[in-house]
Design a protein around this ligand. Structure first.
Ligand SMILES: [Zn+2]
Ligand SMILES: [Zn+2]
Length: 89
């Protein structure tokens, strides 16, 4: 999938678990100094997704049924795909 500008990379969010240093009460003190295990067990990226080039924001990465362009899912009805001209009804 790609943005209408042709770019295929998006800023997104991802939850992951961090190795940290805590005190004896289980309260966070600082991030673990060990870079190698800094972030692991990451979940799937979630939106909003923002194109890294033209900065268009997408709630979800939903593909046009006729081409490879991502469509802004909230305004789907009445929208014309800028990649192939597909009209959403
Ligand atoms: Zn773009
Ligand atoms: Zn299309």
């Amino acid at each position: 999938m790609k943005c209408i500008c042709g770019n295929k990379e998006f800023h997104a969010h991802q939850k992951c678990r961090l190795d940290i240093i805590c005190d004896g009460s289980g309260n966070w003190l600082k991030d673990s100094p060990n870079d190698k295990s800094a972030c692991y067990d990451a979940e799937d990226p979630y939106g909003p997704f923002t194109c890294t080039k033209c900065k268009i924001e997408y709630e979800e990465l939903v593909k046009c049924p006729d081409c490879d362009v991502v469509i802004p899912n909230k305004t789907k009805i009445g929208l014309t795909c800028k990649g192939c001209g597909h009209i959403f009804i």
